[in-house]
Design a binder for this molecule. Structure first.
Ligand SMILES: *[C@@H]1O[C@H](CO)[C@@H](O)[C@H](O)[C@H]1NC(C)=O
Ligand SMILES: *[C@@H]1O[C@H](CO)[C@@H](O)[C@H](O)[C@H]1NC(C)=O
Ligand SMILES: *[C@@H]1O[C@H](CO)[C@@H](O)[C@H](O)[C@H]1NC(C)=O
Length: 779
C-alpha cells in the first residue's frame, strides 16, 4: 500500500464530540425530490465505532446544508459544510475509519467559487439518474473543483498520498467552461479509491480534467473529457482505468510518472495527442510502463508520444504495450518526441493487434523489442464480450429501482452497531429479499457463523458498510470456516455486491473471509460481480487486531507467535465452480493502524491472499490488490479463463521475522505452496511470500502487475541491493497460455521462476525505482 509513511501526524480521532448538533438544516428551503433512490430512502447510517455514534451523521444531502443547486447561488460553503459536519478526519488526521461521510448531491447546477474538499473516508455521490452539474464560476480560485488532498502554503499535504485510502466521487458533470484554465479534480489518492461516471466539460478553455500528482491507487472508470487543453495529468505508482472517452481535447493525457498503468477501453477522438508519456526525457524517463488495451483512437495526429529508444534511460523506462487498438485517421500511432513515426499510422483505418516496446521473455531469453509483439495469447471466448473485447461491466447503481423497493437492513432487524450478533438477522433479510436490492445501511455488522448468499442477491452498502466476523467459530486455523459464502459449490445465479468492507475480529486464524462458488447462468456473462468491495483485515476499530495488541516488534524473536494476532486463514477464495467479475477490490491485511493515534505498524497474520481455483471461470479482476498475507498474495491453481489487470501485491513487512513458514501449516487441501528453501531460518530471502503463484493453469491473462517487496524485518536496507526476497512470480506444473504484460517488481532478485528455474533477473530490467518487463509469456 505504501512505500513511505510520514509519522508524527496526529489525528483528533473523534475524541471530541462536535459542539453543535449535526444534521441540522442550515436552510429552511424545501428539499427538492430527487428521482434517484439514494436521495429518497430513509438514512439510518451508524458510525458504530465513532466516539458519538448516536449523533454522528453518515449521510448528508447537500441541500440540507443550504446548497441551492440553482446555478446562480455560490454553493461552495454549503457543500463544504455538508462534508465537514461532525468531527471529520481532516488536516492533521492521518486516517480514520470511524468518521465516514456519504455526501449526496440531488440533480441541479451547483455553482462553486472554491474547491470542494473531499475529506478522508468520504463518498461524494450525485444523482445517478440525472447527473448534477458542478459549475466552476468565472471567479473560481483554487487547485480544483474537487480536491482530495489540499496543499498548505508551505507545500505540505493534508494526507500522506500513499495512505489516502477510501475515497469515491461519482455521478457528476464538472463544468469548467466559465473558467480560463480550471481543473476538475485534484486526485492524489491510494487504494480503495474511485472516480466513476463523471463528465468534464472544458469547452474552448485551457482547462484540465484531472490533476493527479502522486499516490498509490487505484481505479477510475466511465469518464468523459470534452474540450480543454488536457484531459488528465496522471502520476501514481500503479493504476487501472477503464472506459475513458476524450473528445476534442488538445492532449488527452499526460503521464507524469508511474510504475505501471493499465488503460482499458480508451476512446480518443479529435484530439491533438492521445497519450504523452515523454516525461523526464530520454535520459531520465519517469513513466515506468503503460498498457493500452481494447482501445480506439481516431482523427488525432499523434496517438502516443514516447522518448523510449534503444539508448534511452532507464533501459525499461517508457515500457509500452498496445493490445487491440483500432485507429482511424491517426497519421502517427506511436511517435518519438519530435513527432517522427516509431509506429506509423495512416489517414485511414489501421488496427494494431499487439505492439510493444520494452523487454520480452517468452519465456526464456530476455530481449528488447520496439515492434510488433509476439507471441500472442489466445484470448479465450469466455473472457470476451460480443465485440471481441475483454468483457467489462460498470457497477450497478440501480437507477431504475424506485426508492420504495430498496430494502434497508436496519429497518429489517439488523443492528450494525458493532456489538450485536447480526448473523441471523442478516441471513433472514437476505433469504426474504431475493431479487430485491438490499441496502446495507452504514454500520458494522457482526457475524459469528457463516453468512450464505443465495442466487439472485443484490447488496449495496452505504459508504462501505462493514461486515465483521467474530468469535470461536472463526478462530481455529486447523478448522477453517467461511465467513461470507456466495453460493454453494455448483450453484448458478446472479449476485451483485458493492460498496462493502469485510473484516475479521481477532483471533481469526480460521476465517476464510469471502468464498465465491456461484457461477453465471449459461448464456450470461458477468452477472456475478463485486465492485468497491474491500477486505480490510486488522488495524481498524473493532478488529481487536490493532496497535494496542499487535504492534510491530522487529527486535523480538518472530517465531514466538502471538496467536491473538492471527487475522485470517484466507482473504478470498474463488471456488471450483465460481465465476466473478471483480472491480476495485483491495484485499488488504493492514500493515499499520488506521484508527488508534499512534498509527503504528502492526504485525498480524493472514495465511493466504486470493486463491482462484475455478475450473471454468471466467474471472475478471480490474484493479485488484492483495497485500501482506503470509503464504502468497495471489494463487491460481488448476484454473482457466482468468483476466487480471492490473494487480498489485506487497510482501508482509515483518517477513522474514518470522518467515513464510509461520504461523500456519501447509494445508494440501488448499493447494498451499511448499517453500523448499535451502535456508528456512529467519533472514532467509527465500522464505518470503510469493506475489503471484500460477500452477497447472491455462488461459491466464495478466495485463499489468506491480508486485513489491519493500522490507526485510521492517527495515529497507535490502532495497539498496534489491534483494529483499528471491522470487516474485512462480509458474508451476503444466501451465499454458499464461501471458503477463507489464510486470513491475521492487526488491526481488528474480522476477519470474518457472518450475524453480529463475528466468527473469530483476537486475537486467531496471526501470527507476521498480523494474519492468513488457511481457512474460508461456504460450
Ligand atoms: C507529490 O507531488 C507533489 C507535486 O508534484 C510534490 O510536491 C510532492 O513532493 C510529491 N510527494 C511525494 C511523496 O512524492
Ligand atoms: C479486438 O478488437 C476487435 C474490434 O476492433 C475485435 O473484432 C477483435 O475480435 C478483438 N479481439 C482480438 C482477440 O483481436
Ligand atoms: C530484526 O530487526 C531488529 C532491528 O530492528 C533486530 O534487532 C533484530 O535482531 C532483527 N531480527 C532478525 C531475526 O533479523
Amino acid at each position: 500500500m505504501h512505500l513511505l509513511r510520514l509519522l508524527g501526524t496526529l489525528c483528533a480521532l473523534g475524541q471530541i464530540a462536535s459542539a453543535a448538533p449535526i444534521g441540522q438544516r442550515t436552510s429552511l428551503a424545501p428539499r427538492q425530490a430527487s428521482p434517484y433512490w439514494l436521495g429518497q430512502v430513509q438514512h439510518q447510517g451508524l458510525a458504530a465505532f465513532n466516539s458519538n455514534p448516536q449523533s454522528y451523521q453518515v449521510f448528508r444531502n447537500v441541500k440540507d446544508f443550504g446548497a441551492k443547486g440553482d446555478g446562480v447561488t455560490d454553493d461552495s460553503d454549503a457543500i463544504n459544510a455538508a462534508i465537514q459536519a461532525g468531527n471529520r478526519c481532516m488536516k492533521g488526521c492521518d486516517s480514520s475509519t470511524t468518521q465516514p461521510g456519504l455526501i449526496y448531491f440531488p440533480s441541479g447546477t451547483y455553482l462553486v467559487t472554491k474547491p470542494i474538499i473531499a475529506v478522508y473516508y468520504s463518498q461524494l455521490v450525485g444523482d445517478a439518474a440525472t447527473l448534477p452539474v458542478i459549475k466552476a464560476a468565472g471567479s473560481f480560485s483554487g487547485i480544483a473543483v474537487f480536491d482530495s488532498d489540499p496543499y498548505e502554503s508551505d507545500g505540505s499535504n493534508w494526507y500522506t498520498n500513499q495512505n489516502n485510502f477510501f475515497r469515491a466521487i461519482r455521478n457528476f458533470v464538472i463544468d469548467l467552461t466559465a473558467t480560463q484554465s480550471g481543473t476538475g479534480i485534484h486526485w492524489q489518492v491510494a487504494q480503495a479509491s474511485s472516480l466513476i461516471n463523471i463528465r468534464f466539460e472544458m469547452g474552448n478553455t485551457d482547462s484540465q480534467g484531472i490533476f493527479m500528482d502522486n499516490g498509490s491507487g487505484g481505479f477510475m472508470s466511465d469518464l468523459v473529457f470534452r474540450g480543454g487543453k488536457l484531459g488528465a495529468f496522471l502520476g501514481n505508482q500503479q493504476f487501472t482505468t477503464r472506459n475513458f472517452v476524450f473528445e476534442g481535447v488538445k492532449t488527452a493525457m499526460v503521464l507524469n510518472w508511474n510504475w505501471g498503468w493499465t488503460f482499458k477501453s480508451l476512446d480518443i477522438k479529435n484530439c491533438g495527442v492521445g497519450i504523452d508519456m515523454t516525461a523526464g526525457g530520454a535520459e531520465a524517463q519517469t513513466v515506468g510502463s503503460v498498457l493500452v488495451l481494447d482501445s480506439k483512437i481516431s482523427n488525432t495526429p499523434i496517438g502516443i508520444k514516447t522518448v523510449h529508444s534503444s539508448t534511452s534511460q532507464p533501459i525499461t523506462g517508457g515500457t509500452l504495450v498496445i493490445d487491440n487498438l483500432s485507429t482511424n485517421n491517426v497519421p502517427v500511432i506511436v511517435a518519438n518526441n519530435d513527432g517522427g513515426a516509431i509506429l506509423a499510422g495512416s489517414g485511414g483505418a489501421i488496427k494494431v493487434e499487439s505492439w510493444g516496446q520494452g523487454r520480452v521473455y517468452s519465456p526464456n531469453g530476455g530481449s528488447r523489442v520496439q515492434a510488433s509483439l509476439t507471441p500472442r495469447p489466445q484470448k479465450p471466448a469466455a473472457l470476451l464480450d460480443g465485440n471481441g473485447y475483454i468483457f467489462e461491466r460498470s457497477r450497478p447503481q440501480y437507477t431504475d429501482v424506485p426508492a420504495a423497493q430498496i430494502v434497508s437492513a436496519r429497518s429489517n432487524g439488523a443492528k450494525g452497531d458493532g456489538m450485536t450478533d447480526d448473523t441471523a438477522a442478516l441471513q433472514a433479510l437476505i433469504n426474504n429479499n431475493v431479487g430485491k436490492v438490499i441496502f446495507l445501511d452504514h454500520g458494522v455488522y457482526k457475524l459469528t457463523s457463516t453468512l450464505y448468499i443465495p442466487p439472485n442477491t443484490k447488496i449495496v452498502g452505504e459508504c462501505w458498510a462493514t461486515l465483521i466476523s467474530e468469535g470461536p467459530f472463526f478462530a481455529d486455523s486447523k478448522n477453517p470456516k467461511v465467513v461470507i459464502q456466495v453460493g454453494k459449490p455448483g450453484e448458478v445465479g446472479l449476485v451483485e455486491l458493492s460498496d462493502l468492507v469485510l473484516e475479521t475480529a481477532g483471533p481469526a486464524g480460521g476465517a476464510i473471509v469471502l468464498q465465491w462458488n456461484m457461477a453465471d447462468a449459461p448464456g450470461t456473462k458477468g452477472t456475478n460481480g463485486m465492485w468497491d468491495v474491500h477486505i480490510r483485515i486488522g488495524g481498524s476499530a473493532g478488529t481487536k487486531l490493532q496497535s494496542d495488541q499487535c504492534k510491530k516488534n522487529p527486535s523480538a524473536d518472530g517465531t514466538q507467535i502471538n496467536h491473538n494476532c492471527e487475522s485470517a486463514f484466507m482473504l478470498m477464495h474463488i471456488g471450483k465452480t465460481g465465476s466473478v467479475y471483480m472491480e476495485n477490490n483491495w484485499i488488504w491485511t493492514s500493515d499499520h493502524e488506521l484508527d488508534r493515534k499512534d498509527f503504528s505498524q502492526i504485525t498480524i497474520f493472514s495465511g493466504r491472499g486470493l486463491w482462484i481455483e475455478t475450473q471454468e471461470g471466467p474471472v475478471w479482476g480490474y484493479a485488484t490488490a492483495s497485500e501482506h498475507n503470509v503464504m502468497y498474495q495471489y494463487q491460481l491453481t488448476n484454473t482457466k479463463n482468468v483476466f487480471l489487470g492490473m494487480i498489485q501485491t506487497e510482501t508482509p513487512y515483518y517477513q522474514s521475522n518470522p518467515t513464510v513458514y509461520l504461523p500456519y501449516d501447509v494445508n494440501p487441501a488448499f493447494e498451499d505452496p511448499v517453500y523448499d528453501c535451502p535456508d528456512k531460518s529467519q533472514g532467509s530471502t527465500c522464505a518470503k511470500s510469493i506475489g503471484l503463484r500460477v500452477k497447472d493453469s491455462k488461459d491466464i491473462l495478466v495485463y499489468g502487475a506491480g508486485l513489491y517487496s519493500f522490507f526485510e524485518n521492517y527495515t529497507q536496507e535490502c532495497l539498496k541491493t534489491q534483494t529483499c526476497q528471491d522470487d516474485m512470480v512462480s509458474v508451476e506444473g503444466n501451465t499454458q497460455n499464461f501471458f503477463m504484460y507489464n510486470l513491475n517488481t521492487v526488491g526481488v532478485s528474480n522476477m519470474v521462476k518457472v518450475n524453480e528455474r529463475k528466468l527473469v533477473p530483476q537486475a537486467e530490467n531496471q526501470n527507476g525505482f521498480a523494474s519492468t518487463i513488457a511481457l512474460f509469456a508461456q504460450p
